[in-house]
Design a protein around this ligand. Structure first.
Ligand code: GDP
Length: 442
């Protein structure tokens, strides 16, 4: 769950206003006091919090909000608007050069996720029919070049390297020449990171910047480091005039401080967020959708995009047909589970549905392990059993339970659920076949 604690606290304090027929200035102050505390606890920069609260208060008092018919809802809308503004209003896309190759310089501290993000970005661009080249300029950590090569191989993107005995500035220049010769239209330069900000490192990246004249200078920051990330961003921005930020590890338990403070402090946009270790887990950053998720209002557009990217359209059509004639099998069920898994952790998917905020999610008791169990049970069945579960007698049930490391009760439960779903589908189909009577409204 994204920014779980912040999200829960904000929703709790705003819930108190929701549905109230009348809100006094005192009610508003009380709620905003809680909002302020929630933001500070999430490690949002104190000045950002101060401005944020006073902007909300001014808007709430300035307009006719408190006197309106649904003042609670209006205040929530203002908080949503201001949260969106805080993170940058709209999605900021990458700048591409009109004269390829486009140069993207990646920078950041060690461990922030820079190499992984370079690979993710290359993968992302490849999906957009670009021909990226990764350039390995971290010559200080011998394993860094190898790491980039491994990442490059995984996403099917070439990696240019010259070992560790060459000056990174020369590697960057040679990398760009290589790209021009080989028709690579985007060059992603992975530079060295250090544990702390270091003047030598800064000078080196500064020189690489001057020599390569990049279209994008992306600073990779670990969202879990909160205010520290913001301080790092300020220093890098002063020296390099970065063009954007990639905030990684948003899938972890980041409190939100970095995401909510970065824009106001550096005036630079967050362009992408890292949502996991896998190379397809880089997403464009949409401030409005993020604000909506934080306030428990879901993210329908995000959900649709996720589904479109994860589900196979052909399979979906086949499944629909099978559902219509109730001929779908446990194999189809397994297939569905696998496609659903592609969408990411179940709690994250559910959270994108409007109305399912952090509070509701707790109540739903989402148990990822249940899905793993179901998968194991179906996988322990033979092909024949999957297409015709009626043949699964008690000795087969015993074997399946043993094979999947579950209990007979678990197997029974799944088979019962499956049977009931099929029955329901049959009923539904019969019902939908009944021709509609023409009423007077038709
Ligand atoms: P670098 O030193 O900055 O190049 O960092 P790496 O790319 O080696 O990443 C450091 C660690 O963070 C690795 O274990 C990555 O798998 C992990 N990592 C990177 N991005 C993400 C992310 O978005 N989510 C999670 N959970 N882990 C990430």
């Amino acid at each position: 769950m994204i920014f779980e604690s912040l999200s829960e606290k904000l929703q709790n304090s705003l819930d108190k206003l929701r549905g109230k027929g009348k809100i006094t200035e005192k009610d508003l102050d009380l709620a905003l006091r809680e909002v302020r505390l929630a933001l500070l606890e999430a490690d949002v920069n104190y000045k950002v919090v101060k401005d944020f609260i006073s902007d909300i208060k001014a808007r709430a008092l300035g307009s006719e909000v408190l006197e309106s018919l649904n003042p609670g809802q209006q205040v929530i809308k203002i908080v949503y608007d201001e949260l969106t503004n805080l993170m940058g209003e709209k999605e900021e896309k990458l700048n591409f050069s009109s004269k390829p190759p486009t140069i993207i310089l990646m920078c950041g501290l060690q461990g922030s996720g820079k190499t992984t993000t370079s690979g993710k970005l290359a993968f992302n661009l490849k999906k957009q029919n670009k021909r990226p080249l990764l350039v390995a300029c971290d010559v200080y950590r011998p394993a860094a070049i190898k790491q980039l090569e491994v990442v490059g191989e995984k996403v099917g993107v070439p990696v240019f390297s010259m070992g560790t005995n060459v000056n990174p500035v020369d590697i960057a220049k040679a990398g760009i020449e290589h790209a021009t010769k080989n028709g690579n239209d985007v060059v992603i330069i992975d530079t060295a990171g250090r544990l702390h900000i270091d003047t030598d490192l800064m000078e080196e990246i500064f020189t690489i910047k001057n020599v390569t004249n990049p279209n994008e200078i992306l600073l990779v920051l670990d969202a879990m480091t909160g205010q520290d990330a913001v301080n790092v961003a300020e220093t890098f921005n002063e020296k390099l005039d970065i063009t954007g930020v990639v905030l990684t590890k948003m899938d972890g338990d980041a409190r939100g401080g970095a995401a909510l403070s970065l824009r106001s402090v550096t005036h630079k946009p967050i362009k992408f967020v890292g949502m996991g270790e896998k190379l397809d887990q880089l997403e464009p950053f949409y401030p409005d959708r993020m604000a909506s998720r934080i306030l428990g209002m879901g993210d329908v557009l995000g959900l649709i995009e996720k589904a479109q990217a994860s589900f196979d359209e052909k399979k979906a059509l086949e499944l629909e047909k099978k559902m219509r004639n109730a001929s779908f099998t446990l194999d189809d069920f397994l297939d569905q589970l696998e496609q659903m898994k592609n969408m990411g952790p179940l709690s994250e998917v559910l959270e994108m549905i409007p109305g399912i905020g952090s509070k509701q999610l707790k109540g739903l008791n989402v148990d990822e392990k249940e899905l793993v169990k179901i998968e194991a049970i179906i996988k322990s069945m033979t092909k024949k059993e999957r297409s015709n579960p009626d043949i699964i007698d008690s000795s087969r049930r015993q074997r399946i339970a043993k094979g999947s490391g579950t209990s007979i009760q678990d197997v029974n439960k799944l088979l019962k659920q499956f049977k009931e779903t099929k029955k329901l589908m049959k009923k539904f189909n019969e019902f939908s076949k009944v021709p509609k009577k023409k009423g007077k409204f038709q």
